[in-house]
Design a protein around this ligand. Structure first.
Ligand code: PEP
Length: 249
C-alpha cells in the first residue's frame, strides 16, 4: 500500500552515544508527523537505536545491509534473524554504494529481498542510474531492469512489505538533486514496470539524492513520489526533522 515514508540512511556514521542523543532529539521534533519515519543505522547502533525509540515508537529502525543466508561460514556478515533478534524492522538492500564498492548485483539484491521478506523484515530496495547512463538516454532501461530483476520470483502480496527508493547515483552525496519532474518521471516508470510484472503499482516509492529541507516538499508532493531516503541530511535531528515535517508550515 502506498504510504508516505521518510527514511534516513546514516551510512558509516554515528557512535552509540550520538545515536541515542540524535534519536532522542529527533523524537521530540517529529511529534505529530504524518509520514512514517525510519532511521537506518550501522549494525553496531541497532540495539541502542531500538532502546532509544521503543517507548515512543514514532521512529522505526532499520539496518543498511544483510546477508541472505541464515548462518554459516560468512565471516563478517549479518543474517536476517540476527537483525530481527534485536528488533530491527527495515533493511536497505542494494544501495548504490554497496553495488559500487561491495559487488552487490541484481541477483544478490533479489536473494536478499526474499530472505528479508521470509524473516518479516521490510526491505528498502534501491535502484538508480549513473550520470553516464542518464546522459546516454539509458535511465528508463536501467531502472526498470534493476527493479524487474530485483523482484523476480516475488508475488503481488509481497509489495505491501517492500519500499523502493529511486536514487540516481549522480545525485547521492553530491548536493545535486534531480528536479521534482525528473524524479517523478523516473518513479512513474518504476511503478509502471511493477504494474506490468504484478498487475499493481500500489507500492511506496521514495526519492533519494541530496534531499534537504529546502526541496523535500516539492519532491514529496508530486504524483508518484511517496517520500524520501535521506543520507547526509539525516545525521542532524534538527535538519532531518524539517524533512520529516515537510508538510507542516
Ligand atoms: C543515500 O545515501 O541514500 C542518499 C540519498 O544520500 P544523500 O541524501 O546524502 O544524497
Amino acid at each position: 500500500m502506498r504510504r508516505k515514508i521518510v527514511a534516513g540512511n546514516w551510512k558509516m556514521n554515528m557512535l552509540p552515544d550520538a545515536t541515542m542523543s540524535v534519536l532522542e532529539e529527533l523524537q521530540t521534533l517529529i511529534e505529530g508527523a504524518t509520514a512514517e519515519v525510519v532511521v537506518c543505522v550501522p549494525f553496531t547502533d541497532l540495539n541502542y537505536a531500538y532502546y532509544a525509540t521503543q517507548e515512543k515508537k514514532t521512529v522505526h529502525i532499520g539496518a543498511q545491509n544483510m546477508h541472505w543466508e541464515e548462518s554459516g561460514a560468512y565471516t563478517g556478515e549479518i543474517s536476517p534473524s540476527m537483525l530481527t533478534a534485536i528488533n530491527c524492522e527495515y533493511v536497505i538492500i542494494g544501495h548504490s554504494e554497496r553495488r559500487q564498492y561491495f559487488a552487490e548485483t541484481d541477483e544478490t539484491v533479489n536473494k536478499k529481498i526474499k530472505a528479508a521478506l521470509a524473516h518479516n523484515l521490510k526491505p528498502i530496495v534501491c535502484v538508480g542510474e549513473t550520470l553516464e547512463q542518464r546522459e546516454a538516454g539509458e535511465t528508463v532501461n536501467v531502472i526498470t531492469s534493476q527493479i524487474h530483476n530485483a523482484f523476480e520470483g516475488l508475488e503481488a502480496k509481497d509489495l505491501d512489505n517492500i519500499v523502493v527508493a529511486y536514487e540516481p547515483i549522480w545525485a547521492i552525496g553530491t548536493g545535486k538533486t534531480a528536479t521534482s519532474e525528473e524524479a517523478n518521471d523516473a518513479i512513474k516508470e518504476i511503478r509502471n514496470q511493477i504494474e506490468k510484472d504484478f498487475s499493481t503499482g500500489d507500492i511506496s516509492i521514495l526519492y533519494g539524492g541530496s534531499v534537504k529541507p529546502e526541496n523535500a516538499k516539492e519532491l514529496f508532493t508530486t504524483s508518484d513520489i511517496d517520500g524520501g531516503l535521506v543520507g547526509g541530511a539525516s545525521l542532524k535531528a534538527d535538519v532531518f526533522s524539517k524533512i520529516v515535517n515537510y508538510d507542516k508550515e
